[in-house]
Design a protein around this ligand. Structure first.
Ligand code: GN1
Ligand code: MG
Length: 360
């Protein structure tokens, strides 16, 4: 606590810090809520996971460019209450976007968005506005001036690279867990070729890359008291990619009836009602820039991102849990099982999903 009070002092914040407490449930960075006295703004303090985000400078620079660009758009649109509609990074007294401690830790601060909430259980009505919000996010960033954003994690959503890492993990079997997961490994390998379709289309010049959020989990949208979307958060992975990523990752989280790591797999199945309204909302704000093939591939995107997440969780399990924070020894395995169950449920609904997109 004292250590964190010292860190927050490095940043140009207003007011007097009253309390610092843990915040949120991210798997990568550590987040804290910084409460100040009186009417001064509150803040979010984060320790950046530097073993995952190796180039913190580039990371913070991306976020600065993205938030400034969105802010400019909001001003032009005559929006009010802009500090609640886009993240505001806070600089250190040296003018830098992060603070490095003598121990080599990296910390950053942003304004906390007051009276906001994230939801894990979404309704069709919320899915509609969430779809609009993520479509709008892509639309606003479509004309971000050059140079391109840095890939903060190279090949982040490249399934071919993820599969290589997976195959390597099954071979090396560092944690001696391959035998116990044989069936899952076989099931996932069966689908590998199909899942490389987007990368293949990209190589053939038929599918383009745009700026994506690349972590459109349902809880990365903040809503206000009246369930209006305020803002998209967690901008660490905003980078060029397929729009399938953002559409798919929302489906993976928002349209899952269960939890990402649900211990009861009966809870885990794909919700067509969420798919339908999210797709409607998304197409409303994104239709202008999407190409026909991007639209056609949206249902595939849902499968792809769910599959990719299963591969990533299982790879981490096989490697001995070095990437994701885990709460118990088999956590990554449970996550894999839940993602795989969701994938199977999407497979069952696939024809219907495609028909729906066509009808929209
Ligand atoms: C990680 O930390 P969080 O929850 O924002 C991960 C995402 C995964 C997600 C799975 C940088 O996101 O890619 O989809 O966990 N972020 C990184 O819940 O790897
Ligand atoms: Mg994230």
């Amino acid at each position: 606590m004292n250590m964190m009070k010292n860190i927050i002092k490095q940043f140009t914040i207003e007011g007097v810090v009253e309390e610092i407490r843990p915040l949120g449930a991210g798997h990568i960075n550590d987040s804290y809520f910084v409460l100040t006295t009186g009417t001064s703004p509150n803040y979010v303090l984060q320790r950046i996971n530097h073993s995952i985000f190796k180039d913190v400078d580039a990371l913070q620079n991306n976020i600065q460019r993205v938030t400034q660009h969105i802010r400019k758009k909001l001003v032009e649109q005559g929006e009010s209450d802009i500090d609640r509609k886009v993240l505001t990074p806070i600089k250190t007294s040296n003018g830098t976007l992060y603070h490095q401690t003598p121990e080599g830790e990296y910390w950053r601060v942003m304004l906390h968005i007051n009276n906001s909430k994230s939801v894990d259980d979404i309704s069709p009505e919320l899915a509609l506005v969430a779809g609009e919000a993520f479509g709008n996010f892509q639309a606003m960033l479509a004309d971000l001036p050059q140079p391109p954003l840095v890939e903060t994690i190279p090949n982040f959503h490249n399934i071919e690279v993820r599969l290589e890492a997976f195959h390597e993990a099954t071979k090396q079997d560092l944690a001696k867990r391959a035998e116990g997961t044989k069936e899952l490994i076989t099931e996932l390998k069966k689908r590998a070729e199909e899942m490389c379709r987007a990368e293949q289309l990209y190589r053939e010049g038929k599918l383009t890359k745009r700026i994506n959020h690349c972590d459109t989990k349902v809880n990365n949208i903040l809503f206000d008291e009246n369930n209006k979307v305020l803002c998209v958060v967690d901008l660490d992975t905003v980078m060029p990619g397929f729009v399938l990523s953002d559409f798919g990752d929302f489906m993976r989280t928002g349209a899952n009836n269960g939890k990402e790591d649900d211990e009861n797999l009966d809870n885990v199945f794909f919700r067509m009602d969420i798919f339908e309204t999210y797709a409607k909302g998304y197409l409303q704000t994104a239709r202008d820039f999407l190409t026909p093939i991007e639209v056609e591939l949206l249902p595939f995107g849902a499968k792809l991102l769910t599959y990719m997440q299963a591969i990533r969780f299982l790879t981490d399990y096989l490697n001995g849990d070095t990437y994701y924070k885990t709460r118990y020894p088999e956590h990554n395995l449970q996550r894999t099982k839940a993602q795989f169950k969701l994938l199977q449920s999407m497979e069952e609904n696939y024809t219907q999903m495609c028909q729906l997109i066509e009808s929209l």
